[in-house]
Structure formats: structure tokens, C-alpha cells
Design a protein around this ligand. Structure first.
Ligand SMILES: [Zn+2]
Length: 325
């Protein structure tokens, strides 16, 4: 069995919302399912929706209020399940946890709106163990613009604060995530970042013409900069479908994108970014417990050295190059 690193799931927010325990539940990701699927490390995204901006707040910062709620839920789950999973702050922590038979949890963020005009908040996020930071979700914010069908929005660069954020995140040792960002923002991250970066959950746009996916030119740049994209298991980011087609993702579609991305970006640029519990389709391999079925299918098309890179080495390499310890 080759263990896997998954760069993105929405499980911690969903588990909090539906009041399901992390250890055992009906979601895509539970600790038991991660163990069964051979997880080395799971990234848990704190998605702090922009709509919280307008919620009433005693502190005057409703997005930070929401952050505190999700963070404390995550920390509580980590404390209650220390026999199965530990938060990792460094790649060395991941190795150490694995030696002790433990899965690693990596805390990440999605939607940069939370920083507002204060990049100082990034210090707080780093102190809490956030190691990957996504600039946008699907709305404009103070850092930049989201992926869009409107070419004018799609091609705008990062805002000045976004460019400053790139430099500040590099300095702090937090990896930048360009998934959801627009094309202009992608190119600015590639231009200004001194460290490799992630598209934590994006596929190939040539195979599936969605603005959330990466163009061939962007894939080439990932390869050139040592950056990595994580395969997203959302069926509509894999293949354009007619509305009456069943919403089940076949493993073959994952293999199809994997081969294409390795061909365009190289074998050092691919990882997994499942989007578990953020996607509403079914999966041929059911959930996180079936990850080894995906690994098995990929093993028929890649050498064992390539497969190890896709499963965990590429993700860990970028984390190691970015981390500041
Ligand atoms: Zn997402």
C-alpha cells in the first residue's frame, strides 16, 4: 500500500454543521475511513464564507468570529482523537506521526476575504498551524478576483494587497493556494512567489472546460516552478456532462486527468485534492476509505516512483520547501 496525502477537503466545516463526529460518520472523510484508505496526511480546509462579513458581531469582525468557531471545533476533534490523528505543523511532524501509527492533519484556509485590509491576521493563522492559504473562493475580495466566465474578470491581476500577501506568506512559511483564483491571479502568484505553490483542488481545463480548472500553459508553469495541483474528485470538474447523466465519478476519469497533467506539467506536479465533503456527486470508490482503489488504478499507468510522487512525495516536497522552521 502507498499512503496518500490529500490537499483539500471540506470535512471540518461540514462535520461542524451537521454535528457529526470526525472519528466515525456518514461523510466522505472520517478518521476510520482515512485509516482504511491509507491516509498519511489529510488537509482540512477552514472555509470561512464571505457571507459572514455581514453577520452581527460583538467583536466587529464576524469572519474572525466564524474562524474561532471552526478552529476550536478542529482543535477539539484533534484533542479527542489523539490516538488516531495529530495536527502536523511541519513535514517532520508528518513523518513522526506516521512512525507512531498516526494520521496527520494539516490545517488550511479557503477564501482570503477574512484578511480584509490586515495582513497581520496571517501571523495569527500561522500560529494556529495554518499551512496552506487560498486567496479566493468564488467572489472578489481584498486580495484578488475569482475564476470567472467573464474574460475581463478572469484576466485581472492580483490587487496590490494580494501581491503583498504573496510575499508575506512566503516569509511566514504558508503555501499559497491558487484553486478558485482567476487566471490573472494565477500568473501573478507564479510571478511574485519565491516558493512553489499549490492549486490544491483543480483539474485540467483542456479535458474539462471549467474556469476552476488549469490551462495547459498554467500546467506548464506549475512544472517549471516546482508547484503542484491536487486532483479534484468533483465529477463536473472532470468531464462536461449533460444534466441527465448520473453524478457518479468513475475512477477512469481520475486516471484520464492524472495522465494528462503529468504529460503537460511533469511527474513532480501532481497530487490529490479530493474536495471530499465539498462535492455533491457519488464516487465509484465511495469515499476516503476507497482511496487505495484509486492508487491501484493509477498504478497501471505510472511507474512506482511516479506513483509515490503523486500519492504523497510531491505534496510533502512543496510543504517542505515552503515551511519556515
Ligand atoms: Zn474549493
Amino acid at each position: 500500500m502507498i499512503k496518500t496525502v490529500d490537499l483539500h477537503c471540506d470535512t471540518i466545516v461540514k462535520a461542524h454543521r451537521v454535528k457529526e463526529p470526525l472519528r466515525d460518520n456518514d461523510l466522505h472523510v472520517s478518521l476510520n475511513k482515512l485509516r482504511q484508505g491509507g491516509a498519511l496526511a489529510q488537509c482540512f480546509a477552514m472555509y470561512i464564507a464571505k457571507r459572514f462579513e455581514t453577520e452581527p458581531s460583538l467583536t466587529g469582525d464576524p469572519m474572525m468570529d466564524r474562524y474561532e468557531v471552526i478552529l476550536s471545533h478542529f482543535k477539539k476533534e484533534m484533542a479527542e482523537n489523539r490516538d488516531m490523528i495529530r495536527q502536523a505543523l511541519t513535514v517532520e511532524d508528518i513523518t513522526e506521526n506516521d512512525k507512531n501509527g498516526l494520521i496527520s492533519a494539516i490545517l488550511t484556509m479557503e477564501e482570503g476575504a477574512i484578511v480584509g485590509n490586515d495582513l497581520g491576521k496571517l501571523d495569527r493563522f500561522h500560529a494556529d498551524g495554518v499551512r496552506i492559504f487560498g486567496f479566493t473562493w468564488n467572489y472578489e475580495n481584498t486580495l484578488g478576483y475569482p475564476n470567472s466566465l467573464d474574460p475581463e474578470i478572469m484576466n485581472k491581476g492580483l490587487k496590490p494587497l494580494g501581491i503583498e500577501a504573496v510575499e508575506y506568506l512566503n516569509k511566514l512559511g504558508i503555501a499559497i493556494d491558487v484553486s478558485h483564483l482567476n487566471d490573472g491571479g494565477f500568473y501573478d502568484v507564479a510571478k511574485y512567489s519565491k516558493k512553489p505553490f499549490f492549486a490544491t483542488h483543480s483539474n485540467a481545463r483542456s479535458l474539462c472546460a471549467r474556469t476552476r480548472n488549469l490551462t495547459d500553459d498554467q500546467l506548464r508553469i506549475l512544472g517549471e516552478t516546482g508547484s503542484v495541483t491536487g486532483l479534484n474528485f468533483c465529477d463536473v470538474f472532470m468531464r462536461l456532462k449533460s444534466p441527465d447523466e448520473p453524478r457518479i465519478l468513475p475512477i477512469g476519469d481520475i486516471v484520464w486527468h492524472a495522465k494528462y497533467i503529468v504529460d503537460k506539467a511533469g511527474e513532480d506536479a501532481l497530487a490529490f485534492g479530493s474536495d471530499f465533503d465539498g462535492i455533491d456527486n457519488e464516487l465509484e470508490f465511495k469515499d476516503a476509505s476507497g482511496m487505495q482503489q484509486v492508487v491501484q488504478a493509477l498504478s497501471r499507468h505510472f511507474t512506482s516512483s511516479q506513483l509515490e510522487k503523486i500519492c504523497y512525495k510531491n505534496a510533502l516536497r512543496v510543504l517542505r520547501e515552503v515551511q519556515n522552521v
